[in-house]
Write a protein that binds this ligand. Structure first.
Ligand SMILES: Nc1ncnc2c1ncn2[C@@H]1O[C@H](COP(=O)(O)OP(=O)(O)OP(=O)(O)O)[C@@H](O)[C@H]1O
Ligand SMILES: [Mg+2]
Length: 601
C-alpha cells in the first residue's frame, strides 16, 4: 500500500523533502531562543549593561523573524505537497476506474468508489500534511529535551523515563482499540453514500410513491450507524487528554518532591530545576504530538489501503499482448457459452466446478448469427437477454465456452477495437450534459453535423429534435432529464449508429418508443444498414417479429430459435407471449397489433 501511495508523490518530491528541512530549521531556531534570553538576563539585565541588552534583544528579534519565516515555508510546502499528492491520488484512481470492467465496477459499487475518491483522499491529505509538519518537529524536540534533561540531572531523568513508558503504554492501548473501530467506519460511509446516491438519483420515483418517510428512515439508519461508530472511536481517543494530564501532573509532583530534596542537599540549583520542568513539559508534549500523528495515521491507514486497492486493482479484463484490431465482418458466434455473475471478475479464483446450476445466468448457449442478419431476442424478465447481449461486446467475459465476432474470439481483440465495431445501446439510456450534438458526437467525435442528422433520421429522432427551438443545439440536462424517455432512447440509438458498427445490439432500446415509431426505426435499419448484424432485445414481440430469426430465452437457456411463423407454430413460450400481447387490445397495442396480424396473414 505504502509503495502505491508513495508512487503518487511524483512532481511534489522536492517540496515533500524540503518541508522537514524547513521544520527542522524552525525547531533549531526556536530551541536556541531561550539560551539567548538567558544570556540577555545574565549578561545584560543582571549586569546592568544596556549595550548587551540591545545586542541580545536584536538577536532575539532576528531569530524570531527567522523562525517565523521557516514556519511559513514549512506550512506552505506541507500544504502544497499534501494537496498535490491528494490530487495525484484522485487522478490515479480515476484513471484506473476508467479501465475497470463491468464486473470490477459491480465489485466495488459506485457509491464506494465515490467515497474513496472524496472522503478517503481528504483523510490521507490531512495525514500527509500532519506527517510532514509535525513528524519531524516532535521527535527533534523530544530527543533534544531528553538529552538536556540527562545532561542537567540524570537521577531526576528516571522520573520522566517512567512517565514516558506509562504514557506510551496507555496511548498504544487506546490507539490499537480505536484503529479497529476506524477500520469499520469507512464501510459505513459507503452505506451512507449508497443511500444518498440512490435517493438523489431516484428522487422523482421517491416522490411519486410518497416514500419520503421510508427513505428518511433508511438514511437515519445509515447515519446512526456511522454516528455510533464515530462516537465510540472518538470517545476512546478523547481519553488521550486526561491520560496525558495525569502523567504530566504526576511528573511535576515527583520532580518537585525529589528536586526540592536535591536542592536542599545542594546537588541541584533552582535554575536547573526550573529548566527541567520546561524540558519535561516539552518531552511529554512531543510524545502527545507523536500519539496524535499515530491516531491520524491509523485513521488514514484505512483510507490509504482503500485508495491503494482501487489504484492497484488489475482490471479483470485485459487486452491480449498482441491484440487483433480488425473486425472483418459482423458474424457472431456463441460456442457452448455459460456465464455466471459470481465468477465474473474472479475468473481463475473461483473454481467453475464449484458453481451450482443456479449460479449461471446463461447456460450452454450455442448460437450462430450471420453478418447482416437481424436477430430478435425475447424472453421473460430475468431470462438472460441483456446478459447474452453484453457478452458480444465483451462487457463481461464468458465463464465457459467462447463468444466470437467476425470469426475470432472476442478476447483476441483489443477492447477498444471491439467496442468500436460492436456497439451496444444499453437498457438504461443515459445522456450527458451538453447539447444534443455533443451527445451524438460522444460516440464518434469526428462525425459531421450532416452525419449526425442522418443518424437521427434513421433513429426517427430528427423530427422531434428539429421541433425544439434550438434544434440540435438544444442543451441536455445532466442525465437527460429534459427529454422524454422515448426521445432519450432514440438519441442513444442515433449515437450508436454514428459509430458505424458491424454489430449493433439494442437492449430494450425502443421500450419507451411508440410502436409505430419503433416499426419506422426497424424499417430504416433494414434500408440503411443492411450489412450490420442487428441484435434486437425486447419484451415486445412487435419489435422483433420481422427479424430474420428470433431467439426465445428462458431461465438463461435458449428455448427456441426460428422465424416468427415457425415459433408461433412450435414454441410454447413464444405462443404464450404472443397471445398475451395480442389479446385484450391494450391501448397503444391496438393499431400495431392489427398491423402485426395483417403481416401474419
Ligand atoms: N450485474 C449483475 N450482477 C449479478 N447478477 C445479475 C447482474 N445483472 C443481472 N443479473 C442476474 O442475471 C439474470 C439475468 O439477467 P438479465 O439482465 O440478463 O435479464 P433480462 O432478460 O435482460 O431481463 P429484463 O427483461 O428484465 O431486462 C437475472 O437473474 C439477474 O438477477
Ligand atoms: Mg435486460
Amino acid at each position: 500500500m505504502l509503495r502505491t501511495l508513495a508512487a503518487q508523490i511524483k512532481q511534489y518530491k522536492r517540496s515533500v523533502l524540503l518541508t522537514p528541512v524547513w521544520t527542522s530549521l524552525e525547531v533549531v531556531v526556536e530551541v536556541l531562543i531561550p539560551y539567548v534570553t538567558a544570556s540577555l538576563i545574565d549578561k545584560g539585565i543582571n549586569a546592568g549593561n544596556m549595550h548587551e541588552v540591545y545586542r541580545y534583544g536584536a538577536m532575539m528579534v532576528g531569530m524570531a523573524c527567522l523562525s517565523m519565516l521557516f514556519g511559513i515555508l514549512a506550512g506552505r510546502f506541507a500544504a502544497y505537497s499534501s494537496t498535490g499528492v491528494a490530487a495525484n491520488l484522485r487522478e490515479a484512481m480515476y484513471r484506473n476506474i476508467q479501465r475497470f470492467s463491468f464486473s470490477d465496477i459491480d465489485k466495488y459499487g459506485t457509491a464506494s468508489l465515490v467515497t474513496r475518491m472524496t472522503t478517503d483522499v481528504a483523510n490521507v491529505q490531512g495525514a500527509i500534511q500532519m506527517l510532514l509538519r509535525v513528524s519531524f518537529r516532535a521527535p527533534l524536540s523530544l530527543v533534544f529535551s531528553i538529552f538536556m534533561c540527562l545532561f542537567i540531572d540524570s537521577r531526576l531523568s528516571l522520573i520522566f523515563i517512567i512517565a514516558m513508558v506509562v504514557l506510551t503504554t496507555c496511548l498504544a492501548l487506546l490507539i490499537s482499540r480505536a484503529a479497529k473501530l476506524f477500520k469499520e467506519i469507512f464501510p459505513k460511509y459507503d452505506s451512507l453514500n449508497l443511500v444518498v446516491k440512490e435517493n438523489i438519483d431516484a428522487i422523482k420515483v421517491v416522490k411519486a410513491y410518497a416514500r419520503e418517510h421510508h427513505e428518511m428512515s433508511k438514511f437515519d439508519k445509515a447515519a446512526l450507524a456511522l454516528y455510533n461508530l464515530n462516537l465510540k472511536a472518538e470517545g476512546l481517543m478523547a481519553l488521550n487528554g486526561p491520560v496525558m494530564n495525569l502523567v504530566v501532573y504526576a511528573c511535576m509532583i515527583s520532580l518537585s518532591w525529589f528536586g526540592a530534596r536535591f536542592i536542599v542537599g545542594g546537588t541541584l540549583t533552582t535554575g536547573e530545576l526550573t529548566s527541567l520542568f520546561t524540558y519535561v513539559m516539552t518531552i511529554l508534549g512531543s510524545l502527545m504530538m507523536l500519539s496524535m500523528i499515530f491516531v491520524q495515521l491509523t485513521q488514514s491507514a484505512a483510507s490509504g489501503s482503500r485508495i491503494a486497492e482501487v489504484i492497484e486493482e488489475v482490471p479483470d479484463m485485459l487486452d491480449p499482448t498482441e491484440p487483433d484490431t480488425v473486425i472483418t465482418d459482423g458474424r457472431v458466434d456463441f460456442d457452448h457459452v455459460c456465464f455466471s455473475y459470481k465468477a465474473a471478475g474472479d475468473a481463475g479464483v473461483i473454481d467453475t466446478a464449484s458453481l451450482e446450476s443456479g449460479d449461471y445466468a446463461l447456460s450452454d448457449i450455442d448460437l450462430h448469427f450471420d453478418s447482416g442478419e437481424t436477430i430478435g431476442i425475447i424472453g421473460g424478465t430475468g431470462s438472460g437477454k441483456s446478459t447474452l447481449g453484453s457478452l458480444v461486446a465483451r462487457l463481461y467475459d464468458a465463464t465457459k465456452g467462447t463468444v466470437s465476432v467476425g470469426g475470432k474470439d472476442v478476447r483476441s481483440y483489443s477492447q477498444d477495437a471491439l467496442r468500436q465495431k460492436v456497439v451496444t445501446v444499453l437498457q438504461q439510456s443515459v445522456l450527458f450534459s451538453g447539447t444534443i450534438l455533443d451527445n451524438l458526437r460522444w460516440g464518434n467525435p469526428d462525425a459531421t453535423r450532416e452525419e449526425c442528422i442522418e443518424a437521427c433520421k434513421a433513429a426517427c429522432a430528427d423530427e422531434f429534435i428539429s421541433s425544439f427551438p434550438d434544434g440540435y443545439d438544444t442543451v441536455i440536462d445532466q442525465g437527460g432529464t429534459n427529454v422524454s424517455g422515448g426521445q432519450r432512447q432514440r438519441i442513444c440509438i442515433a449515437r450508436a449508429l454514428l459509430k458505424n458498427p458491424s454489430v449493433l445490439i439494442l437492449d430494450d432500446s425502443t421500450s419507451a418508443v411508440d410502436t409505430a415509431t419503433d416499426a419506422g426505426i426497424r424499417r430504416t435499419f433494414a434500408e440503411k444498414i443492411p450489412g450490420v448484424t442487428k441484435i434486437i432485445i425486447s419484451q415486445r414481440i412487435l419489435s422483433i417479429m420481422d427479424a430474420d430469426r428470433i431467439v426465445v430465452m428462458d431461465s438463461g437457456k435458449v428455448n427456441g430459435i426460428g422465424t416468427h411463423k415457425e415459433l408461433l407454430e412450435g414454441n410454447e413460450i413464444y405462443k404464450d407471449i404472443w397471445s398475451m400481447q395480442t389479446s385484450g387490445g391494450e391501448g397503444d397495442f391496438d393499431e400495431p397489433v392489427n398491423t402485426a396480424k395483417e403481416a401474419l396473414a
